[in-house]
Design a protein around this ligand. Structure first.
Ligand code: ZN
Length: 308
């Protein structure tokens, strides 16, 4: 039994319009679902990913309009990384982001920058054999597109207490003192910890809320049992319509989720229409009229009939 790397990463935005513009127009991800936070339906839950919304590519945001900026501190994720195909792709992105007015920091094999609300993102050259998972972005050459998550890193002053949960329950493999790999049969992701800055973390715009790891559907209950056996407190299985979820806090205080690979985002919209409609779970469908008035209006970044 293995986790198939990252399923999705969920963060917070104060400005859905700017967020959509950055992740979809500037970074070239596809808007794959416009829905609400199932536990707080007045709040958007926006999903960006590859062309099909495959696990391993899904960056999601809750929108709290006007929320104050947060900052990553001890026990919080501070960096999210995507794969790209080559050094040339890093050069392409350095130039494209400069044109957007986004400052970038380059090291040998990676390019780092902040999203419009200060969330640190990274592009890493990937040379492994796992399938590239890209979205069709018409103004981004195919060879430079984002190819799915590479990994994520959190701050932890002492990450060692997380080791038993990561190794024994979740089957992560150590790749360094503070570094791990979640390697499945098809896909893998990197996970690591860095020493925290002195300031306390603040959840808010531009910070990550949680990270989800991908499980085969029929193994989710076994993961839940294994996590509970380490003394963590997993939730019951919760139906999120596009996947089923179990949540728990790992010992360094990062909120983890184990999410199923199916049914995926085409369960309530045709594959060619992903992200077009406001999709509400059935328990909140009666709120539609009010939510259509109160939620931030968003453009459809991919009007139909336009050839891609
Ligand atoms: Zn989640």
């Amino acid at each position: 039994m293995k986790l198939e790397g990252i399923h999705h990463v969920t963060a917070i935005t104060a400005d859905a319009r700017r967020n959509l513009d950055f992740y979809v127009r500037a970074l070239g991800l596809r808007f794959v679902k416009k829905t609400v936070n199932f536990d707080a339906p007045d709040v958007y839950h926006l999903y960006y990913g590859d062309e099909t919304g495959a696990p391993g590519t899904i960056m999601t945001f809750f929108e709290f309009p006007g929320a104050a900026r947060g900052r990553a501190g001890d026990g919080m994720i501070h960096r999210v990384s995507w794969r790209v195909g080559s050094d040339d792709a890093l050069a392409f992105w350095a130039e494209r982001l400069a044109d957007e007015g986004v400052a970038t920091r380059r090291d040998e094999r990676a390019l780092r920058f902040d999203d419009p609300e200060g969330l640190e993102l990274e592009l890493v050259v990937y040379e492994g054999a796992e399938p590239p998972l890209a979205a069709d972005a018409e103004d981004i050459p195919a060879e430079h597109r984002l190819l799915g998550f590479h990994g994520a890193r959190a701050y932890a002053s002492d990450p060692e207490p997380s080791a038993p949960l990561l190794a024994d329950a979740l089957g992560f493999e150590r790749s360094g003192d503070r570094d791990w790999i979640a390697a499945g049969d098809e896909r893998s992701s990197a996970w690591g910890y860095d020493p925290p800055p002195p300031e306390r973390g603040l959840m808010g715009a531009g910070t990550v809320h949680h990270i989800a790891w991908a499980t085969q559907d029929d193994e989710q209950l076994a993961w839940q049992e294994r996590v509970a056996a380490t003394g963590a407190h997993p939730t019951p299985v919760i139906d999120r319509d596009y996947f089923k979820s179990v949540y728990f806090r790992e010992p360094s205080a990062v909120l983890f989720e184990v999410a199923t690979m199916s049914p995926g985002f085409a369960v309530d919209e045709a594959p060619e229409a992903l992200g077009e409609g406001l999709k509400l779970p059935k328990q909140h469908e009666h709120l539609r009229e009010r939510l259509e008035q109160s939620l931030t209006p968003l453009p459809n970044p991919r009007p139909r009939g336009v050839r891609r």
